[in-house]
Every structure is written in structure tokens, then in C-alpha cells.
Design a protein around this ligand. Structure first.
Ligand SMILES: Cc1cc2nc3c(=O)[nH]c(=O)nc-3n(C[C@H](O)[C@H](O)[C@H](O)COP(=O)(O)OP(=O)(O)OC[C@H]3O[C@@H](n4cnc5c(N)ncnc54)[C@H](O)[C@@H]3O)c2cc1C
Length: 356
């Protein structure tokens, strides 16, 4: 089968690799450089997503927890297990019992994944791991395990695997139009026909369809997430609860520095994606609320933002499922949404959908 994959983020790369492994002839088209968009601007966690349990997305969490182990087995040089602490305060956003119940469920869903189980740390132990953390009313912390990756290098590693399996990866090759009936993919000055076209253009998937005159049953919400980098080396990660919100923030080791993120802000177009002043203030403010050693905007040594392509929800996009939707129109398969962690499983699901 001749397959065109549109988009060179992690979902495109993993899809190209999966088809090539199955013996198909694969061309991947990327308008810029591989792994240069959303997939490089993630929080860099290979995780089940503890907070998705609150929204009842158990199947997604379980799948992601198992996929996390696949990544660590395949590329241990680019993925490492990381312990994260969730500090619990008297009168905090979530009661100790509630966080404890979530953590135990997370452990249960991760059964067989080879990761250590979670545990409770007394306040004195937490103060040792995170000396800068606010100690007033601190009861202790739950420690649980996930994995941290170098998203860019891991994506390039997967791209190399795709190439080794025979996929042709074309960079700086924007797809201008596609045709679900004939299987034609048009790039600047050229066109080729395929048995299957996989539209994995991330946040751009919908606009490519509009440009091609294809109607889809789905719409994408474009939700920007921003991160900042400040100095200071950490050994563990920390999960901060945001007062009055269901959201959490990660404070993570990032080489010799600390990564803090993320936000969720609706974005109207795919054109410009950068952290706004408000988001930076939000991140700095929440960090300063939880840590005794304050940071200022001038302490920020780096920042980046990415757009989450989330299948449109009329209500709370923070609660919207990160589960991907796969839609088929004749020779065209559209992929909307998804998580970095589950990109391998998504690619396998695309292959299943592309048969017959
Ligand atoms: C702030 C943030 C934090 C996140 N953190 C995590 C995390 O910690 N863990 C996790 O599992 N997930 C995380 N995610 C989700 C994850 O990053 C995304 O689901 C994933 O990267 C999406 O990959 P993609 O390949 O679909 O999209 P992208 O990486 O955006 O790739 C799409 C590609 O398509 C290309 N393209 C677009 N239009 C065309 C065209 N017409 N022709 C050719 N090429 C085209 C683009 O240039 C782009 O390279 C996060 C997302 C965000 C935004």
C-alpha cells in the first residue's frame, strides 16, 4: 500500500514508522522541520496523567501508563523515571484522602509497568527534598513515579527508526491540498496519489481539511500551553495545586535548570504561539505562592509554548479528554488530538482503521 503521512510531529513520525514496519511504502510530508512544533513544546512527561483520573478518563490513563513503559524500554538513554511529590497542606485544594485515593488508583492502573509504587512522605522529609517549599500547614507529600523525556531528541530517534524501516521523510514540504477520493496529495508544484492519506498535522489538521474542501464531523479547540525555565537544579519533580482551579502545575528538573508549566489558554489561530505576559505572571505567581524563595520575571531564562489540538468541547476544555479521535473519509484518515505518550498506540490504531 502507498501511504502519505502529513505532519512530522510525534504522531506523524510514529505513524510513518508503524506503516513502514508493516511493509507499506511511506512518504511523510512535514512543512517545516521534524519535531519542531507541539511535540517539541510539551511538558516532557511520559505519563498517565494523574489529573485525568478526576475526569474519569481511566482507559486513557491506563493505556498511557503502559505506553510509558514501552518508551523507557526502547530508548532508556532519552527517558528516565522521575519521582514527583504532591505536597498536601491543611485546608489545601484537595483533601489528603482524595489525593491518596487517586494515587492508589494510579498505582493500580500501572500494575505490571515496572515502575515503583507511590508512598507518603512526612513533612520533615519533604522539607529536605524541597527546602524552598512553603512549610506552613504542610502535612507531608505523596510521592509517585512517572517518566521524563527529551521530547525533541526522542522524536528524532523515532524518526531515525522510521527511516531505517524504509519511510521517506520529506522536510520543508508543505501539503497544500489533499483529495480523499483520488488519494492525491499536492505539494508546491507536485502531486502524487496514495492508497491512504493520514492527516496528522496536529493543530493544523483542521485548516488543511478546510483548504481542501473536506468536511469533518470534528472541530479542534486550539489550547495554548506555556512553560518557563528558571535556574536551579532539582532531583525530583513537584506537582502544585492551583487554588480555585482543577488544574495542576509541574515544577520539574530540566537539566541543570527548573521547568515550570503549564497553562491552558484558548488560542484563535495556529499562526503565532508564544507565552503571553499573563501566562508568565500566572506561572510565576503560583510558584511564589508555594515556594519561600521567590522568583521574578527577570529570573526567567527561557520560555516556550505549544498548542494542544483538543477535540472541541463546548464546555470545560481543561476537562476535555486527551484521547485522540480517528476519522475516515474514503482514502483519508484524520487524526485529531492525542498525547505524546500514547503516539505509538495511536499509530497502531490508525493502521487498523486504514485496513479494508
Ligand atoms: C503545552 C503542552 C504540554 C504537553 N505536555 C505533554 C506531556 O508532558 N506528555 C504528553 O504525553 N503529551 C503532552 N502534550 C501533548 C502532546 O505534546 C501532543 O499531543 C503531541 O505533541 C501532538 O503531536 P502531533 O504530531 O499531533 O502534532 P505536532 O507536533 O504539532 O506536529 C504536527 C506537524 O504537522 C506539520 N504540518 C502542519 N500542517 C502541515 C501541512 N499542510 N503539510 C505538512 N506538514 C504540516 C507541522 O509543521 C507539525 O510539525 C502537551 C501538549 C502541549 C501543548
Amino acid at each position: 500500500m502507498k501511504v502519505a503521512v502529513i505532519g512530522g510531529g510525534i504522531n506523524g513520525v510514529m505513524t510513518a514508522w508503524a506503516f513502514a514496519r508493516h511493509g507499506d511504502s511511506v512518504d511523510l510530508y512535514e512543512k517545516g522541520h521534524l519535531m519542531s512544533a507541539t511535540s517539541r513544546a510539551s511538558t516532557k512527561m511520559l505519563h498517565g496523567g494523574l489529573r485525568y483520573l478526576e475526569h474519569g478518563h481511566l482507559a486513557l490513563v491506563r493505556e498511557a501508563l503502559q505506553e510509558r513503559s514501552w518508551w523507557i524500554r526502547q530508548a532508556p538513554h532519552l527517558v528516565r523515571p522521575l519521582e514527583l511529590l504532591i505536597p498536601i497542606y491543611r485546608n489545601g485544594e484537595r483533601a489528603k484522602w482524595l489525593v491518596g485515593a487517586g494515587i492508589r488508583l494510579y498505582d493500580l492502573l500501572a500494575t505490571g509497568s515496572g515502575f515503583p509504587r507511590s508512598r507518603w512522605y512526612a513533612a520533615a522529609d519533604v522539607a529536605e527534598s524541597f527546602p524552598g517549599l512553603q512549610r506552613n500547614h504542610l502535612l507531608g507529600a505523596y510521592g509517585y513515579w512517572d517518566a521524563q523525556m527529551d521530547d525533541y531528541q526522542l522524536g528524532l530517534w523515532a524518526a531515525e527508526k522510521a527511516r531505517e524501516s524504509g519511510a521517506r521523510l520529506h522536510e520543508q514540504s508543505p501539503v497544500l491540498r489533499l483529495d480523499p477520493t483520488t488519494g492525491e496529495v499536492s505539494t508546491a508544484g507536485a502531486g502524487a496519489c496514495y492508497d491512504r492519506i493520514i492527516n496528522v498535522a496536529g493543530p493544523w489538521a483542521e485548516e488543511l481539511l478546510i483548504r481542501s474542501g473536506v468536511t469533518s464531523a470534528y472541530r479542534l479547540d486550539l489550547i495554548r500551553g506555556s512553560h518557563i525555565v528558571v535556574s536551579g537544579r532539582l532531583e525530583q519533580g513537584c506537582v502544585l495545586q492551583v487554588p480555585g482551579e482543577k488544574r495542576i502545575l509541574f515544577v520539574l528538573p530540566h537539566g541543570e535548570e527548573t521547568l515550570l508549566g503549564t497553562t491552558e489558554v484558548r488560542q484563535e489561530s495556529t499562526e503565532k504561539c508564544a507565552p503571553s505576559d499573563d501566562e508568565i505572571e500566572y506561572l510565576v505567581g503560583n510558584y511564589n505562592r508555594c515556594f519561600r524563595e521567590k522568583i521574578a520575571c527577570s529570573d526567567i531564562i527561557g520560555s516556550f509554548a505549544g498548542i494542544r489540538p483538543i477535540v472541541a468541547s463546548k464546555t470545560d476544555f481543561s476537562a476535555a479528554s486527551r484521547e485522540a479521535v480517528i476519522e475516515r473519509h474514503d482514502k483519508l484518515i484524520n487524526v485529531f488530538g492525542g498525547k505524546w505518550t500514547t503516539s505509538r498506540a495511536l499509530a497502531e490504531a490508525v493502521i487498523t482503521k486504514s485496513q479494508h
